[in-house]
Ligand binder design. Structure first.
Ligand code: ATP
Ligand code: MG
Length: 389
C-alpha cells in the first residue's frame, strides 16, 4: 500500500482514500475494499503504477478507474470526476482536479469523506462527519434532484439507511423516494435485484423493508411484496437468530415472495435471477412432508435449511432439525440400478421402480448402511421375481 500511495503522490496531496473505506474506518468497522480518489489523470496513474512495479489494470479507464493489484487485494484508483449529463440510469462524466466537485457527485454525505493517507486528515465538504456521528443517511444536495440523476439511489438510500441509520430515516429523502418510486421501472432488473439482495444481506433489514412497504417503494417493480411478506421475513429473522444462521439474501427474498412456486418464480424471472437461484426458490416453496434427514438427502444442506427456516413450525422443532442436518453428511443410497439387475431384474422401467421402493424403505428405516440396504434390495427384487412366476 505504501508503494502505491507513493506512486500516486499521496504525500503531495494528489491522492486520498474515499468512500466506504473512510466511512467504515471512522465507524471502527472492518474495511471491505479500499478506494482511492486522485487528481492524476488515468493514463498518468497507469504510467506511475507501472514505473513503481505495481500491476495496474485499466478496468474502467474511460470512466477514470484503474485497478491496482496489491498482495492484500485490488485497490480502485479513480480520477476525480464531475457529471456532465445524467439520465437517471447512467452518467457522462468529465475528469476534474477539484475534490469538492468529486464529492458533490457522490450519493450520501457519509459516502463522500476523503482521508489523507499519510496524515489521516479528513476532508468533509457536506457535513458527512456530523451525519456519521448521528447515524443519519442524507443525500448530498437536493434529494429529488439526486434521484432524478440516478434512480438507483432510491434503493441505495434504503440500503445505507438499513446499514448505518439510527432513528427515523431522513424526512427529505423519504419524501423524495416515495414521490419517485415509479422511476425504478426505468432501471435494469439486474441492478434492482443486486441492490435488493445487498439490502437483504444486512443483519436486520426488516425495519427498512417495513418503511419501504409503507412508502410504496415495491409497488412498481415487485407489487407482490405486502404486509404478510414482512411477517414472514420477521419470522425468518427470528429463526436465523435462534439457530445462529448467517444472513442469506436469497432466503430472505423467498420469505418476502408469495409462498407459491408460480408467483415466486415470476418475481425471480422479473429480477433476472440465475437458473440456480430460481431452482433454489422452487425447491424451498414446493410443499413436502419430508423429515430433516430426507430433506438433506433430497435437496442438500442449503435447501434443507431454506425449508426449515422458512417453515412455520415451532422454533424448537426447527432448531433441532437444523442441528441434526448440520451434524450430518448428506446420505447417499449405497446401491444403484445395476445391482438390482445383477439380482435378476431385467433392465428397463421395472429397475427404476424397484430402486424407488428400496430407496423409500431405506429412508423410512432412517438411512441404514450398505449391509441393510443389500438385504432390502434382496427382498424387493425377490418379491418382484416371485410375483412374475
Ligand atoms: P460498500 O461497503 O457497500 O461497498 P461503498 O460506500 O464502498 O460501500 P460502493 O457502492 O462500493 O459503496 O460505492 C463506492 C462509492 O462510490 C460510494 O461510497 C459513493 O461515494 C460512490 N457511489 C457509488 N454509487 C453511487 C451512486 N449511484 N451515486 C453516487 N455516488 C455513488
Ligand atoms: Mg465499495
Amino acid at each position: 500500500m505504501d508503494a502505491l500511495l507513493g506512486a500516486l503522490g499521496a504525500g503531495e496531496g494528489l491522492s486520498r482514500f474515499v468512500g466506504g473505506a473512510v466511512r467504515d474506518t471512522l465507524l471502527g468497522l472492518d474495511v471491505q475494499d479500499v478506494d482511492i480518489a486522485t487528481r492524476l489523470m488515468p493514463d498518468d496513474v497507469m504510467k506511475r503504477l507501472r514505473k513503481a512495479g505495481i500491476k495496474a489494470i485499466p478496468t474502467g479507464i474511460e470512466h477514470g478507474t484503474v485497478t491496482a493489484i496489491l498482495k492484500d487485494g485490488p485497490v480502485e484508483v479513480t480520477t476525480l470526476r464531475r457529471d456532465v449529463s445524467t439520465d437517471g440510469r447512467r452518467a457522462t462524466v468529465a475528469f476534474s482536479d477539484d475534490w469538492r466537485e468529486d464529492a458533490a457527485r457522490r450519493d450520501f454525505t457519509i459516502n463522500a469523506l476523503y482521508a489523507d493517507p499519510l496524515t489521516g486528515e479528513i476532508h468533509d465538504f457536506f457535513g458527512g462527519m456530523d451525519d456519521l456521528a448521528a447515524h443519519h443517511v442524507r443525500f448530498i444536495g437536493d434529494a429529488l434532484t439526486r434521484i432524478a440523476e440516478d434512480h438507483l439511489r432510491i434503493l441505495r438510500f434504503f440500503r445505507f439507511h438499513a446499514r448505518f441509520g439510527k432513528g427515523s430515516a431522513d424526512a427529505e429523502a423519504v419524501d423524495a423516494c416515495r414521490a419517485r418510486s415509479r422511476d425504478l421501472m426505468a432501471l435494469s432488473r439486474e441492478r434492482i435485484a443486486d441492490e435488493l439482495l445487498k439490502l437483504l444481506a444486512l443483519p436486520n433489514p426488516a425495519p427498512t423493508i417495513a418503511l419501504m412497504l409503507e412508502l410504496g417503494i415495491f409497488s412498481a417493480v415487485i407489487p407482490e411484496i405486502d404486509a404478510t411478506s414482512l411477517v414472514r421475513l420477521e419470522q425468518l429473522l427470528a429463526n436465523e437468530a435462534r439457530t445462529t444462521t448467517a444472513p442469506d439474501p436469497l432466503r430472505r427474498l423467498i420469505a418476502l415472495a408469495p409462498q407459491d412456486t408460480g408467483p415466486a418464480d415470476d418475481i425471480a424471472a422479473r429480477l433476472r435471477l440465475s437458473n440456480a437461484q430460481r431452482k433454489r426458490i422452487g425447491t424451498a416453496l414446493t410443499p413436502n412432508t419430508a423429515g430433516p434427514m430426507e430433506m438433506l438427502y433430497r435437496w442438500g444442506p442449503e435447501s434443507s435449511a431454506d425449508r426449515l427456516l422458512l417453515s412455520d413450525a415451532e422454533g424448537d422443532v426447527i432448531a433441532a432439525a437444523l442441528t441434526r442436518i448440520r451434524a450430518s453428511e448428506r446420505p447417499k443410497l449405497p446401491l444403484g440400478g445395476g445391482s438390482l439387475v445383477e439380482r435378476g431384474l431385467s433392465a428397463g422401467p421395472v429397475v427404476a421402480k424397484a430402486l424407488q421402493t428400496v430407496e423409500r424403505r431405506w429412508i423410512d428405516e432412517d438411512f441404514p448402511g450398505p449391509e441393510r440396504v443389500n438385504a432390502i434390495a434382496d427382498e424387493v427384487v425377490g418379491q418382484l421375481l416371485d410375483a412374475r412366476q
